[in-house]
Every structure is written in C-alpha cells, then in structure tokens.
Design a protein around this ligand. Sequence first.
Ligand SMILES: C[S@@+](CC[C@H](N)C(=O)[O-])C[C@H]1O[C@@H](n2cnc3c(N)ncnc32)[C@H](O)[C@@H]1O
Length: 319
Amino acid sequence: MACAVGLRHPTIMTYSLPMILKAIVSNQIARFAPGLYVKLTGQTGRGDSTTETAADIAQYFRQCVIDYLDTLVIPQDERASFLQDKAVLEYGPGDIPGVALLLVAYGARKVYCVDRFPLVSISSKNLDVIHRLANMLGESERQRFDQCFKNPRAPEEGFNSEYIEYLVRPNGLSGLQGEIDIVLSRAVLEHVNDLEATFGDMVRAMKPGALAVHQVDLRSHGLHVSNPLDFLSPPSWLWQLMHSHKGVPNRWRADRYEQIVRQIEVECRRFEPTGRFEAEHVRTLRPQLDAAFANTGEDRLAWQGFWLVFVKQAEGSAA
Ligand SMILES: C[S@@+](CC[C@H](N)C(=O)[O-])C[C@H]1O[C@@H](n2cnc3c(N)ncnc32)[C@H](O)[C@@H]1O
C-alpha cells in the first residue's frame, strides 16, 4: 500500500515507510557484503528462480543467441562465419554464462563475461542447464563447447579461461582495450550503476569496426506500486539510498542512452522500442516524475525497452 509516512513530498509517497526502510537496510548489506546479498536474495539475474526449469533456462539462452544474430541481421547461412574467431564481451551474464558457452560452440574464439556481482554458480540445476545446452549441439559444436570447461566431464570444476573468462569487477567494468569484435548484453544496461562509465569501458574494449548489440528492459522489475511507471517518482537521492548497491534498475530512460551514444565515437545502426507503456499511464505519472526525467519527452517515456546496435568508428573518422 502506498501510504503517507509523514513525508509530504508527493514523489516519496509512492512507497510506504517499511518498504523504504527495508530497501535502505538491504542496500547496506549489498554494499558491504555483496556475496551475502546475492545468497540472501537468491539472485540469478533472470528473476524468479523458483518457477523456471532447467529446460526453460537452456531454451532462454538459445533464444538470446538467435535474437542477437537476428538483431544484427546476420543471415542464417552466414552465422558460423560471422562468429568464427571473434572475441566477444558480454556484460552481466547472470548466474550461468549460457550465451557465452553457445557462442564459443558456434565458433567464437573467446568470450569475456564481466559482472559487478559474483553471480555465476554451478549448482546442480545449473549443471542440468549446461547438459541441456550441450545436447542441443552438433558434434563439432559440442567439441568447442566442451573446451570451455577445465574438465568437460566435471563442469563444476570451472571454466577454461582460454575460452570463457569470467571477470567480476568493481562497477562491472572490463578494463579491456581494443581487443573485442562483438559486445553484447541483455537485461543488463538498465542495472548498471554508472551508465556513462559502462559505455566508455565498452568502446575502449572494442576494435574499430566492432559491433555492439544490447537489449534493455526499462520496466520496473517489480518495483512499482500501482502505475507501472511510478518507480520513476521517488527523488534520485532516495532511490540511491534504497538501491545504489543492488543492481536494481538505474531508472534511466531511452533518451539518456540516446544522449550517451551521441557523445561516443560510434555509428548507431538501430535504436528501436521493444514495447510501449500505455499513454494513460505516461500522462498520469508525468506530474509526479522525479526531476531527473523532467526533459524526457512522452514518446521516450513510453518506451518499455529497446534494442540498440552500434559500430565503433575507425579512428579519425567523422561522427
Ligand atoms: C537481469 S540480469 C541479466 C542476466 C543475463 N544477461 C540474462 O539475460 O539472463 C542483470 C545482470 O547484470 C549484472 N550487472 C549489474 N550491474 C552491472 C554492471 N555495472 N556491470 C556489469 N554487469 C552488471 C547483474 O549482476 C546480472 O548478472
């Protein structure tokens, strides 16, 4: 219930006082004990871990790879040659590097997976996912898939960093320089704590001519109360106090990404919404928005998510 808590600011009243206090305490746990926070919340990165089966998860990763290649408009019969020998950087793989495993199986030379949180865990359910992914592959793909593990007969012993390198870094920044051919992420950029720093890291990591493809989900991730956009009403200082160390949505809207992409040395190839909020929800929320969104137009406010594709320009070429 969105009750008044003695706080008269209309944007604060979206959340009840117990909700606010619980969020502030859990934010401090995430700050000082990120590993404990991940354990306590049972995070997988994909949301509700209780209802999804190993088969669902394996299928999800397969579909992610298909979506990336479709979005990059790579014809079916050119996919293997497109991936051949490519170095890939994936931001925010979640608790299993399923996309990375499939990309290596399909021909990529190496995938770096970078995360701000140490989510990857080879639990028995995730082992089941790995076996299911392996069973989706042809023989030569399967051989490359197996190379991704230190011991292919015991994937729980960990990944072979020649093929899959999992980097847990402060702020999720890879620190790589000019060695990546393809950057990708799905349901990640809306969680990063410093969007400009992440885009800067990604562009530094890319070779000239490298591609980036991102799917971004701008919905509330369960953090709204009644209107699906009301999580945009608490002031930024309160949102930071409640969530800054947890990786919950950073709340930036599509216009912010547009601005950042304009400022970096890339050529935007695709920037398209994946869905829209109802116009009525946008209109009723508009007067209660936090000041951070004062300049966001109604069209961009309505975007529920988007696909973004860009190419890093060669040095010295015009924007
Ligand atoms: C919703 S999950 C998505 C996981 C996976 N991409 C998928 O589609 O299942 C978000 C992921 O982003 C990661 N993340 C959060 N902040 C990050 C940051 N600043 N840099 C890189 N990854 C980050 C989370 O730890 C998590 O792995």
